[in-house]
Design a protein. Structure first.
Length: 131
């Protein structure tokens, strides 16, 4: 059975030139420990959604992200190799196609070695991400 856990994430988005912090914050999320069950992260194409995957282990974690369209058909699959304690963010545009709805399944090579969640950002009229 899954055990409840609390995950605290700290994020800082920085403009490179001139270097200044655009947004900084901390959020706490309720989560469950790994059960080995397949779960999908639902993504909404009206915003730019992203999947954030964090390796919680001390080892390299070979992760597969598989994207499914709203009708259930597979539209993408690809590897992401995460170093120990590394985090990667992948946008829904990359996984599902620009403005498409669907879900993402995340599988890692290390049991109980991942934290994954989906988030959304605004989308400008030209399709760019807003923070």
């Amino acid at each position: 059975a899954a055990l409840p856990v609390r995950v605290t994430l700290e994020r800082q988005y920085t403009e490179l030139t001139p270097k200044k912090v655009l947004v900084a914050g901390r959020i706490s999320l309720e989560a469950e420990s790994g059960t080995g069950e397949m779960r999908g992260l639902q993504l909404d194409g009206s915003a730019i959604s992203a999947v954030e995957v964090s390796n919680t282990s001390n080892q390299v974690n070979e992760v597969t992200l598989t994207g499914y369209a709203a009708d259930g058909s597979q539209v993408s699959s690809g590897p992401v190799v995460l170093a120990a304690h590394e985090t990667r963010i992948v946008t829904s545009d990359h996984l599902l196609g620009t403005g498409k709805k669907g879900s993402i399944v995340v599988r890692g090579s290390i049991r109980n070695g991942l934290v994954a969640f989906a988030t959304s950002f605004g989308r400008t009229k030209s399709g760019l991400m807003t923070v």
